[in-house]
Ligand binder design. Structure first.
Ligand code: PEP
Ligand code: MG
Length: 893
């Protein structure tokens, strides 16, 4: 195995091995772009190190060979006293994890070589500044020194000098700072800062390997669902310097606006600085366009390179570059992260430019982005009316509308959000240690840093609202307050609103309005209505691509006409689950109580008789809303405890009444019934078909209501397409009994009304036994609908009402699963049962219709799985229908 690749040896498709950074540096090198020479140590080497605790035996020699070649090429040796070659050592995994892992610049500098660097560059300040940065970065990331110690020391030096930024420090100040920093290293670690260049490099490589497993990196991976065993590659790249003076600098650029998708070049530039300064948001940057005035040659060259990259990658690219004394160098590129709105716009723009196909466009967006676009946003009429006070205006870094209580540190953000508060995390700038707080917060507000600052990049990745660089806001984290112009002070706990789409910050709570994308799906906005903005138009087009190619149908879980109508507007092709128990809540609950309490046939018939017309009316409305489309009505499957009074409350009431000797007969009967029906886990007790089998007449009443409603609609020359679904079946015998009864009732209604109804009868598959005997069950079922909520509960033995609150957090933290199996289908367990049951069912009955109506029906990853398994449709709540349509299209494209 080969552990080290020169930049000339790799290409962009080797991300598994070289990481994103290494693979793309190789690609750019081979495109002939100006990349400083270097090499990449593979993820394989990292994995071996992490597994065994030692570098692979062959690694040292391979690195030596590549370092020799690099030294030859550059004409100087690493750390050579009179003219040192310096290198950067950077992490770079297959998936970008911004700021999560370590990087060390200026490796090779030492007491011996700093003067050589100064002489070569003819710039003493630069040499000491570079050395100062090395001791600081190396001290922190490789030797584990508390980074604040360096910051404090740097701050003290600036104050002593009266300097506003680090630029105010001269060579002598920086030289002193290097001494101070080295002293801090000794104090904190008991070791000297290593002077030997190769030792510096080897230790830095090892530190990058180890940074794969820091807590913050693990947390980020879990959030982003990046597998934990990929490891990181390490790139070793000859240094170029952006801190050589005003003719040097460093920047980050995008080939289009990553926030809006608008065409044109975007980015931030920082004169006389090294790369990390931009991303860390240490000093405020200037817009990339200003570079044209500063260094036109480099600017023109950069824009040409950006065009080359976009055409080559056929996508938005982001770039890190450095200008060293007027010479442009490319330090990194990758297909850039973007907001949800930008993703849709860019995908359609690239189709129009002929760079990608419609099928590819579908892969450039995803359901999570679409659901983000369906979030509400601030009501401009209020926001701009003067009713609320605007206190700041920063950079719109990640869109959305967030309202919450101001908090100034991650710990408080997490603590408050755990107790149910919505919080906005306010920081001067964020760093990777703020990750927990960023996850907990509704939104993030910083006073420093540009669109590419840590806060902005991470928030965009998480889909979290973020406003950054709101410079006129003074953030005082120690005193937990923010001061806005005009002396407005916001203390911890005060409500603020931030708009990540405009960058505006408001005191108090701004009301939110629905998103234009939802207005479009609702049919209240025409696709062409937003020419200027183009977002709705782009969504409209992408949805059309998805609908053209998808094989899966998408139905809705809906129990009333209103939801059904909305679902239809959102593109539902029928109802996959009407939970009839939802029709018995509210005022009708008492009627169910009476049914449960009935002792005699007469009492029961009376209770059922009262329910029948109500049910029939429900169904008529539903069939009307879904006229011409299938409607799967599930017979009653109530968790009974939801229909009966709370056992404790009722016991107290009866006990009190008894003590006053005025106990009421009905309460006493009710209490008896509640005791009898009380279950430890009501989700596994008297539910579904079991209830239908023990309460005579119940299912017959429902079937009659469905049949009569259908007949009624037919008489009105409409097209009702009801399907009757039996819940919680475990064995075919249960189904046969209910079926016989249903067939009888349907025939009666057909005879009485003189109509042929053709009502399909099917079952839910939501118990392991049903899945395991699906071949038998299919003999009595015309369709299956997988109830993956109950199937997950019963396959795992997880009580669906209890586990998420009790131990799932621990399971997620321990990495037992990356996401709750109630959210994304557990492919290996529950999913395997779905797959085999689908096959067994179709073996018995080739035209068996297959659907899924558990919560997973609207989950992007699960939709792909159901596509692969060959189901006919997924059914989900109305608001998730567009996401399911899109993902079904992506699965098929
Ligand atoms: C299921 O179990 O997946 C299902 C759809 O039914 P319910 O959630 O109503 O139990
Ligand atoms: Mg169920």
């Amino acid at each position: 195995r080969k552990f080290v690749y020169d930049f000339t040896e790799g290409n962009k498709d080797l991300k598994d091995l070289l990481g994103g950074k290494g693979a793309n540096l190789a690609e750019m090198t081979n495109l002939g772009l100006p990349v400083p020479p270097g090499f990449t140590i593979t993820t394989e080497a990292c994995k071996e190190y992490l597994e065994s605790g030692a570098e692979p035996a062959a690694l040292r020699d391979e690195v030596s060979a590549h370092l020799d070649a690099l030294e030859q090429r550059m004409g100087k040796r690493l750390g050579q006293a009179d003219d040192p070659l310096l290198v950067s050592v950077r992490s770079g995994a297959k998936f970008s994890m911004p700021g999560m892992m370590d990087t060390v610049l200026n490796i090779g500098l030492s007491d011996a070589s700093v003067a050589g660097l100064a002489a070569q560059a003819d710039n003493e300040r630069f040499a000491w500044d570079s050395y100062r940065r090395l001791v600081q970065m190396f001290g922190k990331t490789v030797m584990g020194v508390d980074g604040d110690r360096f910051e404090e020391s740097l701050e003290a030096a600036k104050q002593a000098k009266g300097a506003e930024s680090d630029l105010g420090l001269d060579a002598a100040d920086l030289k002193q700072l290097v001494e101070d920093f080295k002293q801090i290293v000794v104090e904190q670690t008991g070791r000297e800062f290593p002077q030997e260049p190769r030792e510096q490099m080897d230790l830095a490589v090892r530190a990058v390997f180890e940074s794969w497993n820091t807590d913050r990196a693990k947390l980020y991976r879990r959030q982003e669902r990046i597998p934990g065993d990929l490891g990181t590659a390490v790139t070793v790249c000859s240094m170029v310097f952006g801190n050589l003076g005003p003719d040097s600098g460093t920047g980050v650029a995008f080939t289009r606006d990553p926030a809006s998708g608008a065409q044109g070049t975007y980015g931030d530039y920082l004169q006389n600085a090294q790369g990390e300064d931009v991303v860390a948001g240490i000093r405020n940057t200037v817009p990339l366009a200003d570079l044209e005035g500063i260094d036109k040659t480099s600017y023109d060259q950069l824009t040409t390179i950006m065009e080359t990259l976009e055409t080559h990658y056929r996508d938005l690219c982001d770039i890190e570059f450095t200008i060293e004394r007027g010479h442009l160098w490319m330090l990194q590129t990758r297909v850039g992260k973007r907001t949800a709105a930008a993703a849709f716009r860019i995908a359609t723009q690239l189709v129009d430019q002929g760079l990608i196909t419609e099928a590819e466009a579908l892969q450039r967006v995803n359901g999570a982005q679409l659901s983000q676009l369906m979030f509400p946003r601030f009501d401009d009429t209020v926001a701009e009316s003067g009713e609320v006070r605007r206190i700041g205006w920063g950079i719109a870094a990640s869109p959305g509308a967030a309202v919450g209580k101001a908090v100034f540190d991650s710990y408080t953000a997490v603590k408050w959000s755990r107790s149910g508060e919505q919080v906005i995390l306010i920081r001067r700038e964020t760093n990777p240690d703020d990750l927990n707080g960023m996850i907990a917060a509704e939104g993030i507000l910083t006073s420093r840093g540009g669109k590419t600052s840590h806060a902005a990049v991470v928030a965009r990745g998480m889909g979290k609202t973020c406003v950054c660089g709101a410079e006129e806001l003074e953030v005082d984290t120690k005193r937990r307050r923010l001061t806005a112009p005009g002396g407005v002070v916001i203390e911890e706990g005060d409500l603020i609103s931030i708009d990540g789409s405009t960058g505006k910050v408001y005191l108090g709570e701004v009301p939110v309005v629905p998103s234009p994308v939802v207005e479009y799906f609702e049919g209240r906005m025409h696709a062409g209505a937003d020419e200027a903005d183009g977002l709705v138009q782009a969504v409209h087009r992408v949805m059309a691509y998805a609908d053209r190619v998808r094989r899966l149908q998408v139905r809705a879980n809906a129990d009333n006409a209103e939801d059904a109508a909305r679902a239809r507007r959102f593109g539902a092709q029928g109802i996959g689950l009407c939970r009839t128990e939802h029709m018995f809540l509210g005022e009708r609950r008492e009627m169910v109580e009476r049914l449960i309490l009935a002792d005699t046939d007469a009492e029961r018939d009376e209770a059922l008789g009262a329910l029948l017309p109500l049910q029939k009316a429900d169904f008529i409305e539903l069939f009307e809303a879904m006229d011409g489309l299938p409607v799967t009505v599930r017979l009653l499957d109530p968790p009974l405890h939801e229909f009966l009074p709370d056992i404790t409350e009722l016991s107290v009431r009866v006990a009190l009444a008894e003590s006053r000797e005025d106990a009421n007969e009905n309460d006493l009967r009710l209490l008896q019934a509640v005791h009898k029906l009380h279950e430890q886990n009501p989700m596994l007790g008297l539910r579904g078909v079991r209830l239908g089998l023990v309460i005579p007449g119940l299912f017959a009443m429902q079937v009659r209501a469905i049949a009569e409603a259908a007949a009624h609609r037919k008489a009105a020359k409409c097209d009702p397409r009801a399907e009757i679904m039996i819940p919680l079946v475990g064995t075919v015998q249960e189904l046969e009994i209910v079926r016989d009864e249903a067939d009888r009732v349907i025939s009666e209604v057909e005879a009485a009304t003189g109509t042929r109804l053709r009502l399909a009868i099917g079952t839910m598959i939501e118990l392991p036994r049903a899945a395991l005997t699906a071949g038998q069950i299919a003999e009595a079922a015309e369709f299956f609908s997988f109830g993956t909520n109950d199937l997950t509960q019963t396959v795992w033995g997880f009580s669906r009402d209890d586990v998420e609150a009790s131990f799932f957090t621990a399971y997620l933290e321990k990495g037992i699963f990356g996401v709750s199996p109630f959210e994304t289908i557990d492919k290996d367990g529950v999913g395997a049962l779905v797959r085999s049951a689908a096959a067994a069912g179709r073996a018995t009955r080739p035209d068996l219709k297959l659907g899924i109506c558990g919560e997973h029906g609207g989950d992007p990853e699960s939709v792909h799985f159901f596509h692969d398994v060959g189901l006919d449709y997924v059914s989900c709540s109305p608001f998730r229908i567009p996401v399911a349509r899109l993902e079904a299209g992506r699965a098929a494209a």
